[in-house]
Design a protein around this ligand. Sequence first.
Ligand code: 4AD
Ligand code: MG
Length: 431
Amino acid sequence: MPNVRINELDRHVGQPVTVRGWVATTRFSGKIAFVVLRDGSGYLQTVFSKREVSEATWLRVSALTQEASIAVTGDVRADARAPGGHELTASEVEILGASPEFPISPKEHGSAFLFEHRHLWLRSRRQVAIAKVRNEVVQGIRDFFYDRDFVLVDTPILTGSIGEEAGNLFSTDYFDLGKAYLAQTGQLYVEAAAAALGKVYCFGPTFRAEKSKTRRHLTEFWMVEPEVAWNDSDANMTLQEEFISAVVARVLDRRKEELKELERDTAPLERVVGPFPRISYTDAVAKLQGLGSDITWGKDLGGEDETLLAKEYDRPVFVFNYPKEVKAFYMKENPADPRTVLNNDCLAPEGYGEIIGGSQREDDHDRLHARILAQGLDPEAYRWYLDLRKYGTFVHSGFGLGLERTIAWISGIPHIREAIAFPRQIHRLYP
Ligand code: 4AD
Ligand code: MG
């Protein structure tokens, strides 16, 4: 008997097969048992009739519990009304692994309990749907850049220089060389690679010892960071626009089932097509003040300001040219207003806040050197980075998109901790 995955059953209609998986639910109606099986590729209702199977088989079916692993043999029946379009008329069941008293029952559980059981919770319909959206977003990202001739460059996780800011670094002892920091960003390294390859990106885990316990922060999150030679800040925003639109369109196209499982209203996602509105930081502050925020010029936008501002638009919005003081050392000073830098954040709609931070990079050696000193960073650690401005400096820009924030937004889930299989937060290291 062939072992078949649930999403391959359409090739076996009318034939006997064996399907292996885990018991999602069982229901008995007189002499009929309905056992819904889950194998990761889909869900399948298997139907046992007491009259058709042996007494031993019926006893095994009667004793099935949630999440037991089983192999069911039977005939595939096409059924348009069944989830997945098939049903299995079962003749035999083998119990591969018992599951006495699975801790997560269909009743409601608190989120603390669920995260304590994250290793088991991953099996739920909702978590399976989120995992598939994540997979689609990741593949959409890789394909987008590959198709546009970007070269993937993997950047180090152990680093000797601070990438973003000193405030939230993880560090570890590194042999005789003092401290190594876990990368907050791969950006500085893709800048070096951009001078070698023109269009590059890195995509990997990044680390921030965030003290903030918000719905938008993890201590370990994934970031994709393209870097492009000769792009200025405007071209950088255009690339972001095309990128986000392409990723959202791909998920809408290929993950309908999962978005439905997540009860995601897809209308706001359908509107995610460029051009996105662009508003300067200065105009954004004025607008926010008009909307009742107490923000003043010079302060960074807080999470609430981002939500308030994004509500004014029906698609993602760019806020550009922030004050130098609230942004990282590597951003290029704005020649038209040196109090500001040539950067942008991209704010997602529906209250999801900043999903991208990007900028044109300071390409002038002396200015960059001065900025490094002004921020109290050690220029010796940035000697290699300054070299890029010494040997063939070039206009270049790039950005970082937070993967989990993007997945949370597209999936419509309230907290980013569900957007990664095993979230790392200030108070969570288990499982
Ligand atoms: O704005 P950030 O700090 O930008 C950088 O790291 C730049 N080096 C990127 C670049 O230009 N190459 O972070 C970029 C994005 C944010 O917009 C957000 O989506 C995400 O990374 N992010 C986080 N996601 C989850 N948890 C956190 N603690 C995050 N911090 C940033
Ligand atoms: Mg940022």
